[in-house]
Write a protein that binds this ligand. Structure first.
Ligand code: ZN
Ligand code: FE
Length: 255
């Protein structure tokens, strides 16, 4: 299996999962960059996996269906109305097969109430739930739901590769260094990512281990992050959900 990172729109990533000559695309923001890879390589596109209904993740669907005819379109069953082209509604924890590969789906509410993550052989397609150095905004879910969703991602193991929906890593790491200033892993990663971005290389995928070391939203039990938040009087309690909520709130106003 191979995964091709396909930059789309301004800062989105779609991902092409390739197995032999078969392919499936995750979150096609727009069609033509996906079609270019599929056609240049002579692949057969058979499936679309949708993490959530936002237009920057499904905008390419109509044109892909026009171009390739029938495609199976997978998404969470509660997104059926919001992803009208869906053909295969999925339940939490369902296992299915695309391109001869097993896919597991997890419901990860937070960014939207119906967001899902796809797990294929140690590769996690996390949409807008987790980002390099950050996490998605809470548009429809609560902090508690998002913490639970991130815990489910963590349960997949440190060696999992994280394929996130947007290239926000540099800004996220600037925020991380502000809330976790004594963590040397953040500046090391920021230097590495800065170098890659100057060469126009994507910072995706990352390793979950790397996120655990640098992403404040996965470090909500870290005493120096908690101390920092307490110093700024942003915490009502030090439980994980309260720490997460305070960090998320602070990140909403960071630019
Ligand atoms: Zn989104
Ligand atoms: Fe998005």
């Amino acid at each position: 299996m191979e995964i091709v990172v396909i930059p789309c729109l301004y800062d989105n990533y779609s991902y092409l999962v390739v197995h032999g000559k078969k392919a499936a695309v995750v979150d096609p923001s727009e069609a033509w960059p996906v079609m270019k890879v599929v056609d240049d390589r002579g692949l057969k596109l058979s499936a679309v996996l949708c993490t959530h209904h936002h237009h920057d993740h499904i905008g390419g669907l109509p044109d892909l269906l026009d171009e390739y005819g029938t495609l199976e379109v997978y998404g969470f069953f509660q997104d059926r109305k919001r992803i009208p082209l869906m053909t295969r509604p999925l339940r939490d924890n369902e296992r299915f097969s695309v391109c001869g590969l097993d896919v597991d789906v997890f419901h990860t509410p937070g960014h939207t109430s119906t967001h899902v993550v796809f797990h294929i052989e140690g590769h996690l397609f996390v949409g807008d739930t987790l980002f390099g150095g950050g996490c998605g905004r809470l548009f429809e879910g609560t902090a508690e739901q998002m913490v639970h969703s991130l815990d489910r991602i963590l349960s997949c193991g440190k060696q999992s590769r994280i394929y996130f929906g947007h290239e926000y890593t540099e800004l996220n790491l600037r925020f991380a260094s502000q809330v976790d200033p004594s963590n040397p892993a953040i500046s090391e990663r920021a230097a590495r990512v800065g170098e890659m971005r100057r060469k126009d290389m994507p910072s995706a995928p990352s390793l979950l281990e790397e996120e655990l070391a640098t992403n404040p939203f996965l470090r909500i039990e870290d005493s120096s992050i908690i101390d920092q938040l307490e110093k700024e009087q942003r915490l009502q309690s030090t439980d994980r959900v309260a720490v997460f909520a305070a960090l998320r709130e602070q990140r909403n106003h960071f630019s």
